[in-house]
Write a protein that binds this ligand. Structure first.
Ligand code: URP
Ligand code: ZN
Ligand code: ZN
Length: 460
């Protein structure tokens, strides 16, 4: 297929101009004014619209066995939701249980995606133990095209690693040039505080924040930064939620530690009062780290604006309100953690970030696409509008007005954390490698066409 996108205002991380984009097959081959459509080309009129590079979500969970259940989306539903929302590439967390082997788990996660996903995808390889067999398996996984690991300093007894495992993982990552993404919360503090709260009869969803306050996250970040400093490994803090944690990461960066910082659309737009809603409604908003005091939102927006925070992700982890969240009806520690948001990240960033003047369009593109591609060895194939790049494009309509609703979402979950929120703009046309994937809130792509993106480590 050849495709001509005419008269759009092209917005990249650092340029803004009006031109036509011609895509031959899967690739952008011409960008210029007044391009003429060759016979047979499909033409999209993008007059009055922005054209962004396809957005990349660096932190999603699709197949996630977690807290005694499974997150709700599959690649069939999740990739459709992503594409309708303008996200053309997913980086999923491959999260083996501690008893499972890394290589078999990698193959299991791959089997969930290959032949099913409509968008392109890759994985952060979760390192949830480091025993005598782990190293050889991780080397093999890197040979197969993975260039990032994921570790959890939280979730004692489930995914969490101890300090010896952490040290060995970082040393191996340094040798291989792999970046290590990390969930930073002190698991011992969380476990002890949970016990204390439950013993005091404090069982409702609002207690989740009390079990892991900002100091718990800040300690996790400080902990990781010490290990990163001593090993020289490149690190990436996932879902950073608060000022205290940011301060620790920036202090480490100032002394030379290599660290990328990710925050989430949930922390930018929701606060801890949502998780305190009565009648168990707060369970919809339980995730880790928890939603924070509202004062943190401006810290995070300003951090993105000033380049201290590098990326905005979703940590998409959908669990039904009717059937799954009630696992923790009488004990908040059993509420499956996660707030679905894969479909809404870009719409929310635009409406509540760009339209309110908190960040500009270039910063949005950078944090949700270009920096992600650079950080995770996908650039310039992804994250760019330039000759030779994949024709992953989002024609975005800033004149759209609508509301978020569970009734219209594609995510396979029975609620929206943003029900009724107004939107001012949405993706109008989305392409993946030159083919249509979504139009005006509807999926129009091809299930199974999504490719596994092989990556080569660069963080030596
Ligand atoms: O609450 C969360 N974040 N759920 C998903 C698992 C994780 O920690 O990323
Ligand atoms: Zn996490
Ligand atoms: Zn996560």
């Amino acid at each position: 297929m050849s495709l001509l996108i005419k008269n759009g205002e092209i917005i990249t991380a650092d340029t803004r101009y009006t031109a036509d984009i011609y895509c031959e097959g899967e690739t952008i081959t011409r960008i210029d004014k007044n391009l003429r459509a060759p016979a047979g080309a499909t033409v999209v009129d993008a007059t009055g619209k922005y054209v962004f590079p396809g957005f990349i979500d660096p932190h999603v969970h699709i197949y996630l066995p977690f807290m005694g259940t499974f997150s709700k989306d599959t690649y069939v539903t999740g990739s459709q939701a992503a594409l309708v929302g303008g996200t053309t590439t997913l980086i999923e967390m491959c999260c083996p249980a501690r008893k499972d082997d890394a290589l078999a788990s990698f193959e299991l996660w791959m089997a969930q995606a290959a032949g099913k996903s409509a968008c392109d995808f890759t994985f952060h390889m979760g390192v949830t133990k480091f025993d005598g067999t782990t190293e050889a398996q991780l080397r093999e996984i890197v040979r197969r095209g993975i260039s990032s690991f994921k570790i959890f300093l939280a979730y004692k007894g489930a995914f969490g690693v101890d300090d010896t495992e952490l040290y060995r993982t970082l040393k191996l990552a340094k040798e291989l040039g792999v970046v290590v993404a990390a969930h930073c919360e002190n698991e011992t503090l969380v476990a002890e505080r949970c016990k204390e709260l439950l013993a005091a009869g404090r069982t409702d969803p609002g207690q989740h924040h009390e079990s892991r306050p900002p100091a718990v996250e800040a300690e996790g970040v400080h902990h990781l930064m010490t290990f990163a400093e001593l090993t020289g490994a490149a690190t990436y803090i996932v879902h950073l939620s608060c000022q205290e944690a940011l301060d620790q990461a920036i202090a480490a960066r100032q002394r030379g530690v290599r660290v990328g910082i990710e925050t989430l659309i949930q922390y930018l737009t929701l606060d801890k009062s949502y998780a305190e809603k009565p009648d168990f409604e707060g369970a919809k908003y339980v995730m880790s780290p928890p939603l924070r005091d509202q004062r943190n939102q401006s810290v995070l927006w300003n951090g993105i604006r000033d380049g201290l925070i590098n990326t905005v992700a979703t940590d998409h982890a959908p669990f039904d309100f009717e059937k799954q969240k009630p696992m923790g009806k009488d004990d908040f520690t059993k509420i499956p953690n996660g707030i679905p948001s894969l479909e809404e990240r870009i719409n929310l960033l635009y409406t509540y970030g760009v339209k309110t003047g908190k960040i500009d369009l270039h910063t949005m593109v950078n944090a949700a696409s270009t920096v992600v591609a650079k950080q995770f060895d996908l650039f310039p194939r992804k994250g760019a509008i330039q000759l030779g790049a994949d024709a992953d494009l989002v024609v975005f309509d800033p004149s759209y007005r609508g509301k978020i609703s569970v009734q219209t979402q594609h995510m396979n979950v029975d609620y929206s954390a943003f029900e009724g929120w107004p939107l001012e703009g949405r993706a109008s046309v989305v392409t993946v490698r030159g083919e249509f994937a979504a139009r005006d809130g509807k999926f129009t792509g091809t299930l199974g066409r999504g490719q596994f993106l092989q990556r080569k480590p660069s963080h030596f």
